[in-house]
Ligand binder design. Sequence first.
Ligand code: DAH
Length: 344
Amino acid sequence: MKERLLALKEEALQELAQVANQQQLNDLRIKYLGKKGPLTEILRGMGALSAEERPVIGQVANEVRGAIEEVIEAKQAEYTAAETEARLSAETIDVTLPGRPAARGAVHPLNKVIQEIEDIFIGMGYTVAEGPEVEQDYYNFEALNLPKNHPARDMQDSFYITEEILMRTQTSPVQVRTMEKMNGRAPVKIICPGKVYRRDDDDATHSHMFTQIEGLVIDRNIRMSDLKGTLLQFVQELFGSGTQIRLRPSFFPFTEPSVEVDVTCAMCGGSGCRVCKQTGWLEILGAGMVHPNVLEKGGYDPQEFTGFAFGMGVERVAMLKYDIEDIRHFYTNDLRFLKQFVHL
Ligand code: DAH
């Protein structure tokens, strides 16, 4: 029996030395140590042995089992280590690979220009006011000295929602709303940026929605020279210190007198170019002294108070400042256009 055991050990160790993979190792474990294996079978036959032989054979059997187990365990440890190694290398993160940059947003060029203009006026003591885009006919026209059937209403083709409600065609209604809020107090010094809407066929210079900035100053003894000085200061900060302005007589129902204001062309400095159509001047805003009717509607006595107002198109200013040739660029969200302004 002892010989059988030793032969079994030899055979097992030889076979184990040939093992090439985990599956084969599993098979051999079952073959030699399993319940139906030869070792179990031999041990089962021990009952037939004499009392002297039993402990001797028992010891040999245990040694054989121990030797086989030892080799199996050593092999198993090898396979486990190899498997762990393989998994680790499959899961490695290459920290030297370049990362995927997160796309950074930026302020829209129009908003940049609005912020810049706001900063200039805030520096002159103005505050920023706002008003609704869906506006009452009263504020958009009536209180601005444009009664129903006034021919000047045709200057601005409007989107009406009902008879009395429309998309505001200008930021001027905020003048009246501000006066109402101020309730007769002075000075009033506001600018109001915002979107306005007009029925227009969109092309390179027209858009049915665009942006205006309105300005309003009311106090005692406000004169046309205050308007002129304010606007000169403004354009010199916005376009450069050499910029000049030119006032041309014009008409707006809510101002009297009214002017259109030109600046020297930022592209050619006034010598004449494609942008200013060889005139050296560019029109950028409308302005004037607040009409007495408007002051009255806003609750200010025109005998005591005077004021000036102005309004400009922000897209036009941005187009001149950055030489943009088509107003639709501002609204079509083409990243190739927008990205050009990231660093401004
Ligand atoms: N609201 C005018 C427009 O849209 C612009 C304007 C002109 C505003 C003169 C004013 C102003 O406040 O005084 O054409």
